[in-house]
Design a binder for this molecule. Structure first.
Ligand code: DC
Length: 233
């Protein structure tokens, strides 16, 4: 088994399915770069909200936002408490996780020109492989040739409860009912949009982690990584 050949690992799935946590843990363990593609859509959404391009009932001024794309730079920096997202150099990690951003992000993510721009940036992050990227369309659109593809799911109630607990732990206001509504609404928009909708790639391995502990899912994933490396030979 050759552990030195860098591969591309695509982890897709439903919102709050735990895919980011498992992707991060795997990247750390095997020394790969981790990219949270959802954070990139969230950062663009925050930019739109700050610049009055989203109405209170979640209608996005697509033309203005597309015209602003050259002014939006997204990057990541590694901090003691994990990776932080930068929007034009500003650390927006905390702000992009808030429910008002969650309530607008799917509407931004349906815009084809926004998707094209972010997919190109995501592909640029992965040119040298040795990357774990999580999102909705990584195995289908961003890295269709990824050597390892995982598709994660859990019931909407399980996912909403996890997300609600996470927000409370971070001191952010949250009710379980609001989070559940957001999760179900985002699932629907993500699954039914025309441009690269959320779906399992044919060659992705399905993981339902509803009844798994974090340790169990991390062990499951590292095992799949070792199998993928062994299959390279
Ligand atoms: O993973 P997340 O919940 O932070 O993602 C936020 C939103 O971004 C999600 O509702 C859909 C969108 N998204 C996407 O359309 N494609 C991706 N590759 C990642 C996220």
């Amino acid at each position: 088994m050759n552990n030195n050949i860098p591969i591309t690992i695509a982890i897709d799935g439903y919102s709050s399915s735990g895919k980011s946590s498992m992707a991060k843990a795997l990247a750390k363990k095997i020394g790969y770069r981790y990219i949270d593609s959802g954070a990139m859509y969230r950062a663009v959404t925050l930019y739109a909200m700050r610049n009055n391009m989203v109405t209170l009932d979640h209608v996005v001024d697509c033309e203005a936002l597309i015209a602003s794309l050259p002014n939006i730079k997204i990057d990541f920096k590694v901090c003691d408490d994990g990776q932080h997202t930068l929007l034009n150099g500003e650390d927006v990690e905390c702000e992009i996780r808030q429910l008002d951003v969650s309530n607008n992000v799917s509407q931004v993510a349906v815009i084809p020109a926004i998707r094209h721009a972010l997919v190109a940036m995501q592909q640029a992050f992965g040119t040298e492989k040795g990357i774990v990227m999580d999102g909705r369309d990584i195995g289908t659109t961003v890295f269709p040739n990824a050597e390892l593809k995982i598709f994660v799911n859990a019931s909407a109630e399980t996912r909403a409860m996890r997300r609600h607990k996470e927000l409370i732990e971070k001191g952010q206001p949250s009710t379980y009912e609001d989070v559940l509504t957001n999760v179900v609404t985002r699932d629907h928009i993500d699954e039914t949009r025309e441009e690269s909708p959320l779906r399992k790639a044919d060659d992705a391995i399905l993981l339902d982690n509803s009844n798994m502990t974090i340790d169990e899912q991390d062990a499951w994933l590292i095992n799949k990584y070792h199998e993928a490396i062994a299959n390279l030979k």
